[in-house]
Design a protein around this ligand. Structure first.
Ligand code: BTN
Length: 250
């Protein structure tokens, strides 16, 4: 993956949509960042709140990646942790399967990875990342799930463009790590997933079923393995809820 060339847009519906639609014109490793998204998208087609000039909205174009979306998500989510650690070392962030980044019990960032079709199959992928940077408390409280921002956590404002540049550099570095040692990246991604070993409630993506149990493992293929009262079950998608008692216990 070459060094990121960042294309800045002042306004776009969604940087992911833009990166997918312009995939073949954009260079490998290009990043599309916007100051404002009018229709930011999250998983399950949910809305991603994208107010102007406050947060990072960026989509990376990955063409030369002989792996899958799962591995793209390891690279992207570890890069977010690295970029947060560099920008605001006082924050302690963790990963929540499958693609969220949390501080304590509040979500600070999310990833939306999409495959892009080509003439003979798969042309590559887009890793879309939204990180709440300067979103103030008044707006955070309007989000329909517990959320946070770097400003909310630290009391300090950050330059959004500087953060995007740090994130691009971290992504490039994590990309190199995956080429050098795929297994080490998987093990780190798994270790930094707070859900591992904890009691959770999973609302499954397709059937909207609620499953309760303890997470015993997260597979290389991305499946979450849960020990439930009915035995061991595994899932590829869904929303995890961690009980308060589990959040603060070992
Ligand atoms: C989620 O948590 O559901 C994923 C959120 C992903 C949001 C980012 S913001 C940049 C990129 N463009 C989008 O429309 N979505 C992703």
């Amino acid at each position: 993956m070459p060094e990121a060339n960042i294309v800045y847009l002042s306004e776009v519906d969604s940087t992911n949509r833009y990166a997918v639609n312009h995939f073949h014109e954009l260079a490998d490793g290009a990043a599309v960042a916007a100051e404002y998204q009018t229709a930011g998208r999250g998983r399950f087609n949910r809305r991603w709140i994208s107010p102007p000039d406050q947060n990072a909205y960026v989509s990376f174009v990955i063409k030369d990646f002989p792996y899958d979306l799962q591995k793209a998500s390891w690279v992207g989510s570890l890069a977010v942790l690295d970029a947060l650690a560099q920008t605001a070392p006082e924050i302690s962030a963790w990963l929540k399967w499958p693609n969220d980044v949390y501080c304590g019990a509040r979500k600070i960032a999310g990833l939306l990875c999409e495959g892009v079709p080509g003439i003979d199959g798969f042309a590559g992928m887009v890793i879309g990342i939204g990180v709440n940077i300067n979103m103030p408390a008044a707006l955070i409280e309007k989000i329909d799930q517990p959320a946070t921002s770097v400003l909310f956590e630290t009391g300090k404002k950050q330059e959004v463009r500087a953060f995007v540049a740090v994130l691009a550099a971290c992504l490039e570095q994590r990309y190199r790590c995956i080429v050098d040692d795929l297994e080490a990246v998987y093990l780190e991604w798994k270790r930094r997933n707070f859900v591992l070993g904890r009691k959770i409630e999973l609302v499954t993506g397709l059937e909207n079923e609620t499953v309760t149990g303890r997470v015993s493992d997260i597979g290389r293929d991305g499946r979450l393995i849960i020990d439930t009262a009915d035995g061991c079950r595994s899932f590829f998608s869904g929303d995890v809820k961690i009980s308060k008692e589990s959040l603060f216990s070992e």
